[in-house]
Design a binder for this molecule. Structure first.
Ligand code: C5P
Length: 303
């Protein structure tokens, strides 16, 4: 049953405030202990009736959007249709503001948004828990994009529990037009590590306390990402960008996810804007933007 002509869902980007990576498992995946925070950079995904499934991209990053079955939005529409026992005959329009292949989970965000949009479009029969199961099948980051906020992720990052935070954190994202491949960065990490490496990752309590207190300075001192070293090895300019941002007064900085985006924590909104201007003039990055977090996850935009 189609309940409206079109449904639009707004979905944020994420940063991994902490990303601890365990050894490579037999499945090829790595056990994680990560803390996600959703950020105020949004994609909008619109679903409307069509003769057949298709994807179109609009917005700044439109030309980078795959318009075929490799897009998680495509897979998401098919999975929701399968659960309803219908054909996935919708046109999906992705208005893209989240940089692509950037370590900001933009592809996962679009997958999550499409799950929510298709479910609303076809009558809202699937519960949040059912959507979460489909989300985990789509990719490790997709379940968090449904939730948003701030969450601890274990297993592949798909088993979530909420993390308490206070107030708003101001971030600056240094972006690059050319992405990095997630499997390549995990592979580099394995190569950089001792073959016997077997440490289970764990989120430090200091970091959770900093989030709970809304203490940006303490958070800046504890942010960490195991994928940062392999991302810098793949793209050495990221090391220079980190140095530049910290010299300019950022409270902390790290590569986001598998990169290449570098995320800096700023003391205030005005400090964030100053850093954006500094980075834009540095010649080291393709773009810089201010975002705050945490914000809500994938949600239907009221018509
Ligand atoms: O789950 P997703 O499709 O986002 O993962 C993309 C790739 O990232 C995987 O194929 C794998 O190489 C790597 N990965 C991993 N361990 C994780 C998550 C992702 O090795 N926990």
């Amino acid at each position: 049953m189609i309940v409206s002509e079109a449904v639009t869902v707004r979905v944020p980007a994420k940063v991994n405030v902490y990303l601890g990576v365990g050894p490579r498992e037999e499945s090829g995946y790595h056990g994680l202990a990560t803390v996600f925070q959703s950020l105020s950079v949004y994609d909008e995904v619109t679903v409307e009736a069509a003769r057949t499934l298709s994807i179109a991209g609009v917005g700044k990053w439109a030309s980078y959007i795959p318009t075929n079955s490799t897009n998680l939005a495509w897979k998401a529409a098919r999975k929701v249709a399968q659960a309803y026992g219908i054909d996935p005959d919708v046109r999906i329009t992705i208005n893209k503001s989240i940089p692509v292949a950037a370590g900001l989970a933009g592809g996962s965000a679009d997958g999550a948004a499409t799950l929510v949009a298709c479910n609303a479009f076809w009558g809202g029969k699937l519960s949040h828990d059912e959507l979460e199961v489909i989300a985990a099948e789509l990719g490790s980051d997709v379940p968090f994009m449904l939730h948003g906020g701030c969450a601890l992720g274990v297993n592949r990052g798909d088993v979530l529990s909420p993390v308490m935070t206070r107030g708003i954190f101001h971030w600056v994202l240094a972006t690059f037009n050319e992405g990095l491949g997630t499997p390549e960065i995990y592979g580099r990490l394995d190569e950089m590590r001792d073959a016997e490496f077997d440490q289970a990752p764990q989120v430090p309590t200091e970091l959770l306390a900093a989030l709970a207190q809304g203490n940006a300075e303490a958070l800046g001192a504890t942010v960490f990402n195991d994928l940062q070293a392999p991302a810098i090895a793949a793209r050495p300019v990221l090391g220079q960008v980190l140095e530049f941002g910290l010299e300019q007064g950022a409270l902390g900085g790290l590569v986001s996810g598998s990169g290449p985006t570098v995320a800096f924590l700023a003391e205030s909104e005005s400090a964030a804007i100053d850093l954006v201007i500094g980075l834009m003039g540095s010649g080291l990055v393709d773009g810089a933007l201010h975002a705050h977090g945490p914000v809500h996850g994938a949600r239907v935009v009221p018509a």
